[in-house]
Design a protein around this ligand. Structure first.
Ligand code: IPM
Ligand code: MN
Length: 370
């Protein structure tokens, strides 16, 4: 049987983006085989905006649309802004979300053995949940559409549709069904994170999620107000299994989640539509450490494993799913050995050394699998 070759649109982007992106590209080639991918680089982001006046060239958009999957480094340079003051460099990811309808942003929050959490008395098995961020509606749907009046008043509007809330809620319950439940009690649980106490839009979000929950009696339905969730995620992270939430809340709580498992540098993100997938770390472009070879590539490497898993499931390609499992195992091995920790996790290892350690561990897993 001839194996499929996947077209991957690679967008290195700004800041540390190119460094962490190339680490992920090396990793997927080593795990699945170089010949499984046709990898093509495309420009987008703040630097491209400075050079050309656009952060997302149409050719890049078209290539992303046509690709089997999209892999992104990071985007944005502070101060590179449109006349309205919003950042230009982040246009790429935001436009992909809206124009390719990547409505489900899956952000696993998992404490790996070998990584210490800033939370007291937590062990790796205690933190293992998914933040499922609605990615096309909510407050950020107003990007570029808010109103500014005479320099006196500015508004952006929270957007919620029944279709949008239903599909993200359904995705949350489907995810929970496939998982092993919350570490605390093994219960499959979906927590709806909102501010239903204050705004109609969030009360609607909660109502529609509750309606969808009726189809999943095997999954517990739980609610948390977004402000209180910031406390619970610190105090009792083991209670969570899948947290589903509105776009901006998802953006905010996923940074907190990431730091509870070591660092923003550890946090992968998969942005999925019904037939398209966009993969990157949840962190930004960290321009302060760009080009020094010290960025933690593990968030992007873990995102690239999510990409292989998603491609493998979609195309019934066992080899790709297995390659994803091997990447996860290699990352776990590197972290638990404690020898090759990047700086944001308290170690000394640079991007190259961490990547080499993952590649080396992958070699071991290939031998073990053979
Ligand atoms: C994220 C990022 C983005 C967001 C930016 C870069 C547009 O913070 O993916 O979490 O705000 O969604
Ligand atoms: Mn964010």
């Amino acid at each position: 049987m001839v194996s499929k070759t996947y077209n991957i649109a690679v967008v290195p982007g700004d800041g540390i983006g190119p460094e962490v992106c190339s680490a992920a590209v090396e990793t997927i080639c080593a795990a699945a085989g170089r010949d499984r991918f046709k990898l093509t680089d495309y420009p987008a982001g703040a630097e491209h905006f400075l050079k050309t006046g656009t952060a997302l060239p149409e050719e890049t958009f078209e290539a992303c649309k046509a690709a089997d999957a999209i892999l992104h480094g990071a985007a944005g340079i502070p101060g590179v802004v449109y006349p309205d003051g919003t950042e230009a460099g982040i246009e790429f990811g935001l436009q992909l979300r809206f124009r390719l309808d990547l409505y489900a942003n899956v952000r696993p929050i998992k404490l790996h053995p070998g990584v210490s959490s800033p939370l007291k008395d937590v062990e790796p098995k205690d933190i293992d949940y998914i933040i499922l961020r609605e990615n096309t509606e909510g407050l950020y749907a107003s990007r570029g559409g808010g109103v500014s009046v005479r320099g006196e008043v500015a508004t952006d509007t929270v957007v919620m549709t029944r279709k949008g809330v239903e599909r993200i809620a359904r995705k949350a319950f489907e995810l929970a069904r496939k998982r092993n439940g919350a570490p605390f009690d093994g219960k499959k649980r979906v927590t709806v994170c909102d501010k239903a106490n204050v705004l109609r839009s969030y009360a609607f979000f909660r109502k529609v999620c509750t309606e969808v929950a009726a189809d999943y009696p095997d999954v517990e339905l739980d609610f948390g107000y977004a402000d209180a969730m910031m406390v619970h995620m610190v105090r009792r992270p083991s209670f969570y299994d899948v947290i589903v939430t509105e776009n901006m809340f998802g953006d905010i709580i996923s940074d907190l989640g990431a730091v509870t498992v070591g660092s923003m540098g550890m946090s992968p993100s998969a942005e999925l539509g019904d037939s398209r997938g966009f993969f990157q770390a949840a962190h930004g472009s960290a321009p302060d450490i760009a080009g020094q070879g010290i960025a933690n590539p593990l968030g992007t490497i873990l995102a690239s494993a999510m990409m292989l898993d998603w491609l493998g499931e979609r195309h019934q390609d066992r080899a790709l799913v297995e390659a994803a499992v091997r990447i996860d195992a290699a990352v776990q091995q590197v972290l638990s050995s404690g020898q090759m920790l990047p700086r944001d996790l308290g170690g000394q290892a640079g991007t190259r050394s961490v990547t080499d350690a993952v590649l080396h561990a992958l070699d071991g897993h290939r031998v073990a699998a053979a």
